[in-house]
Write a protein that binds this ligand. Structure first.
Ligand SMILES: NC(=O)c1ccc[n+]([C@@H]2O[C@H](COP(=O)([O-])OP(=O)(O)OC[C@H]3O[C@@H](n4cnc5c(N)ncnc54)[C@H](OP(=O)(O)O)[C@@H]3O)[C@@H](O)[C@H]2O)c1
Length: 146
């Protein structure tokens, strides 16, 4: 039966048309929210012994990823352009998971010399998994890591 056959529903004495629309929105809101949020990672993989570098790790996706990977046992290098904000984010991760192995390092992806200094000091020769969560495209970071 199509919606055209449901005019009795819209003319419901208590709900009315606006009430029906509001009711449908309330009923479907959780499903719309879940759909628009995208998929969820269901993996239970452990990352003990792995080192992960996350750019833009002081907030948003980068911070959530840092928390998740730290809980999985990885050593997480949180590369942030503002070290103070990075330390605050690291502290909040440690409050959630006290064993979190998170380190904050200064890295401004808009500054090539900052990228080179970072790569030389912390990364050269060490196997590292890179997760890029900042808005700036770090081509020079990739080349600095090679
Ligand atoms: N959120 C989403 O649903 C979504 C969906 C698809 C794609 N994305 C993309 O994923 C990325 C992250 O999204 P988000 O929502 O987590 O963004 P966000 O909360 O705005 O975080 C961006 C991060 O990038 C850092 N950053 C910006 N410029 C930088 C630079 N020059 N050097 C170093 N770090 C820099 C910011 O540091 P400061 O705090 O110092 O500014 C911040 O930590 C963005 O590229 C976004 O377009 C997001």
């Amino acid at each position: 039966m199509g919606w055209s056959h449901c005019s009795w529903f819209y003319s419901h004495p208590t709900l009315g048309k606006n009430g029906v629309v509001a009711l449908l929105m309330v009923l479907f809101a959780p499903h719309i929210r879940k759909y628009s949020a995208g998929g969820a990672c269901m993996s239970m993989a452990r990352l003990d012994g792995k080192t992960v570098l996350i750019t833009g790790a002081n907030t948003g996706i980068g911070k959530e990823t840092a928390l998740d990977l730290a809980i999985r046992g990885a050593r997480v290098i949180m590369a942030c352009r503002d070290v103070e904000k990075g330390e605050e984010a690291a502290a909040s991760i440690r409050r959630i998971y006290c064993k979190a192995n998170v380190e904050v390092r200064e890295l401004d992806l808009a500054d090539t010399s900052s990228i080179r200094a970072f790569a030389q000091r912390f990364l050269r020769g060490k196997p590292t998994n890179l997760i890029h969560a900042s808005q700036t495209a770090p081509y020079s970071l990739y080349s600095a890591l090679l």
